[in-house]
Design a protein around this ligand. Structure first.
Ligand SMILES: Nc1ncnc2c1ncn2[C@@H]1O[C@H](COP(=O)(O)OP(=O)(O)OP(=O)(O)O)[C@@H](O)[C@H]1O
Ligand SMILES: [Mg+2]
Length: 263
C-alpha cells in the first residue's frame, strides 16, 4: 500500500451492501468510498443497481447486509430524514418540484425537510424558529444567486422549462446545507445546453462549496468530463472503480456496455 494513494477519510462509505427484492439480487456486496471534494460517478447499464445503491446510501432502501458510514459514523440504522439532517442530501430520478409553487418557495421546502422533527420545539421556541426562518430566507437567496435563478425567483415552477425545474430541484437539495449531494440521473431529458449548465453547477458545488457529489448519470461524455472517480456496476456488482481514463480503458467495462444487454 502506498501511503499517499488512499484519501485520508471517506465522507460517505458503503461497505459490502447486499440488497434483494425477492429473487432479484439488486446489489451483491457493493462497496463505495466517496472522498472529500470529489465528484464520484456511478455508472452501469439499465437495471444494474445504481438507483438501489443511492437508495441504500440515503436510507430509502434497507440492505439485508452491509453497512453505510457517514464521516466514520455507522448510519445503517438511520431513517432517511435523519440522514438528511446529518447532511446527506439527494435529488431523485425524475422531477420532485412542486409545480404550483415559485422557485423560491420550492427551495424553501428543502428547509422544511430539516425542520421535520421539530414541531414540538417549534412551539416551545417560537422566537428562535422565526430567527432561523429569516436566516434561511437569506440562505435561499444565496442559493438563488448561485444557481442564477434570480429572474425566475417568483415564477411558478410548473411554467418553467424542464432544465430550469431540475435546477430548482437542485436548489432544494442544496437548501439542506448538505455535506454530500447525491444525484440520480440529473441530466436525463435535458438538452445539450441544459446539460452543460448543470455540469458547470456540479463542478461549482465541488469547487466553490466544497461539497462532494455522488452522481448517477448515463451521459458518458459528461461523466468522463467532470468525474474525479467512477464506480461501474453491472448486474448488481462493482466491476471497476477508477479515474475516467482508467475506466475508459477497462475491458470489463467495455464488455458490459457493448455486450452486456444482449449477452
Ligand atoms: N422497489 C423495488 N422492488 C423490486 N425490485 C426493485 C426495486 N427497486 C429496484 N428493483 C430491481 O433491482 C434491480 C436494480 O434496479 P435499479 O433501479 O437499482 O437499477 P438502475 O441501475 O438504477 O437502472 P436505470 O439505469 O434503469 O435507472 C432491477 O432488477 C430492478 O427491477
Ligand atoms: Mg436508476
Amino acid at each position: 500500500m502506498q501511503s499517499g494513494d488512499e484519501p485520508a477519510a471517506a465522507v460517505l462509505e458503503a461497505d459490502a451492501l447486499c440488497l434483494r427484492f425477492g429473487a432479484v439480487e439488486a446489489l451483491k456486496s457493493v462497496s463505495l468510498r466517496v472522498a472529500p471534494r470529489q465528484i464520484h460517478a456511478v455508472i452501469g447499464p439499465n437495471g444494474a443497481g445504481k438507483s438501489s445503491l443511492l437508495n441504500c446510501l440515503s436510507g430509502f432502501y434497507r440492505p439485508q447486509s452491509g453497512a453505510v458510514r457517514f464521516c466514520g459514523q455507522d448510519i445503517s440504522a438511520l431513517v432517511p430524514h435523519k440522514r438528511a439532517a446529518l447532511g446527506i442530501s439527494r435529488t431523485f430520478q425524475g422531477i420532485q418540484t412542486y409545480p404550483s409553487m415559485t422557485a423560491r418557495q420550492n427551495i424553501l421546502t428543502g428547509y422544511d425537510a430539516r425542520m421535520r422533527t421539530g414541531l414540538f420545539s417549534a412551539l416551545l421556541y417560537w422566537g428562535r424558529v422565526r430567527a432561523e426562518e429569516e436566516a434561511f430566507a437569506a440562505k435561499a437567496e444565496r442559493i438563488i444567486e448561485f444557481l442564477e435563478l434570480e429572474e425566475l425567483r417568483h415564477a411558478l415552477v410548473g411554467d418553467m422549462a424542464y432544465g430550469m425545474r431540475k435546477r430548482v430541484d437542485l436548489g432544494r437539495a442544496l437548501a439542506l446545507d448538505p455535506k454530500i449531494l447525491i444525484m440520480d440521473e440529473p441530466m436525463a431529458g435535458m438538452s445539450a445546453e441544459e446539460k452543460g449548465d448543470l455540469a458547470r453547477y456540479i463542478l461549482d458545488i465541488r469547487d466553490g462549496l466544497g461539497i462532494p457529489v455522488v452522481l448517477v448519470e448515463h451521459d458518458m461524455e459528461v461523466v468522463m468530463d467532470i468525474s474525479d472517480r467512477i464506480t461501474v456496476i453491472d448486474f448488481g456488482q462493482v466491476i471497476a472503480c477508477g479515474t475516467p481514463a482508467e475506466i475508459r480503458a477497462d475491458e470489463r467495462v467495455i464488455a458490459a456496455y457493448l455486450g452486456g444487454g444482449s449477452a
